[in-house]
Design a protein around this ligand. Structure first.
Ligand SMILES: [Zn+2]
Length: 352
């Protein structure tokens, strides 16, 4: 049987540590990325680290320009093409949480210019994944992109984020338990490609969160490091798999559905955490254990804690299978009925 070659693109350099923001110019030089740098960032992040970045850029001999983005939309990303064509950068830096990085990733993919990911939050694993998710036309589009050539994660900056934001990343990592089960199911039932190595790598970061839940709940530097390293390793698992399969399954579909129904009610990682409780019940996994770990960390486990109505959770469960029809999961092709969804949410005590 003829098989397509499986090509893996990986980041060349990953730096995680205290005060590593200052490594940016050195990394650009070491990887011979060029002299003209376009920094894509958000207004809040720039307010926080802008001075430091300007200082380090000026003292190294790079030419740089800064573009601030506030919404992760396709139109905002498209508008930046003009800046790209005028400035003609050698390298793009995505500096911030999800939005600037998703936009940098998208621009990098469409222009072929390499990009460096400098995450300032640990709320989800998009910070280094080879996919850009952008909003537009009433839906989220996941655009295949190249992974960053380098990832520079400064724990000092990431630790400044509100505790909720930091902990949300742990929820996004716990999700790998059900994401991998969904992937295996799609392999068995639909003949989809499955790679056990990348699946194990994704699971490893979820297990690491379980084993380090006390450290994470205290938000010690080591706890933050567990989350950040887990998010990077989950991104690498996606690079190896060539899809987001090892990182995203039915629990993510539930979260996306909830975003549409309740207009982004809580953080991504918080929502997928609750989704993981319910989907692990459907998979016949120890859902109580998942719930206990989320509680121990201080993440939401109920509709109330997510700030949504019970009926929103039920409706999200019934429409989750329609979010990405090509992504086969435990929800099947016809999804859950209202009654089944209600029963699931009640059994797992997500709703009263
Ligand atoms: Zn996620």
């Amino acid at each position: 049987m003829r098989r397509e070659p499986h090509v893996i693109d990986l980041p060349k350099k990953i730096i995680v540590g205290m005060n590593v923001l200052w490594e940016i110019p050195k990394v650009i030089q070491e990887l011979r990325l060029g002299k003209k740098v376009l920094i894509i960032t958000g207004p809040n992040v720039w307010g926080l680290v802008g001075n430091t970045v300007e200082e380090m850029m000026s003292s190294s001999n790079v030419i740089y320009e800064v573009s601030k983005v506030s919404r992760p939309t396709l139109s905002e990303a498209e508008a930046l093409h003009e800046v790209l064509n005028k400035f003609l950068p050698d390298v793009i830096i995505g500096l911030g949480g999800g939005k600037p990085i998703d936009i940098a990733k998208y621009l990098s993919a469409s222009s072929g210019i390499p990009f460096v990911s400098v995450p300032t939050t640990s709320s989800h694993d998009g910070v280094a994944s080879p996919f850009a998710s952008l909003r537009g036309g009433g839906k989220i589009t996941s655009v295949p992109a190249k992974p960053p050539v380098a990832i520079i994660a400064d724990l000092n900056i990431i630790a400044l984020a509100p505790s909720r934001v930091i902990k949300a990343g742990a929820g996004d990592l716990i999700a790998k338990f059900t994401a991998v089960l969904d992937w295996r199911l799609a392999h068995r039932l639909k003949g989809e490609y499955y790679g056990d190595y990348s699946a194990q790598l994704a699971l490893l970061s979820a297990k690491h969160v379980v084993n380090s839940s006390d450290l994470i709940s205290k938000l010690s530097v080591e706890g933050v490091r567990v989350i950040v390293e887990g998010l990077i390793s989950s991104s690498v698992a996606m690079c190896i798999a060539g899809s987001s399969r090892p990182a995203s399954g039915s629990e993510h579909l539930f979260s996306h559905a909830l975003d549409f129904i309740a207009n982004y009610p809580a953080l991504h990682g918080e929502q997928v955490g609750v989704g993981t409780i319910m989907m692990s019940y459907l998979h016949g996994m120890e859902w109580r254990r998942i719930k206990r770990v989320l509680r121990r960390i201080g993440l939401p486990t109920t509709a109330k804690e997510l700030g949504v109505k019970d009926v929103d959770v039920i409706n999200a469960l019934t429409m989750a299978h329609k979010i990405r029809t090509e992504r086969y999961t435990i929800l099947g092709e016809s999804g859950l009925t209202y009654e089944a969804a209600e029963k699931l949410a009640k059994e797992t005590e997500v709703i009263d």
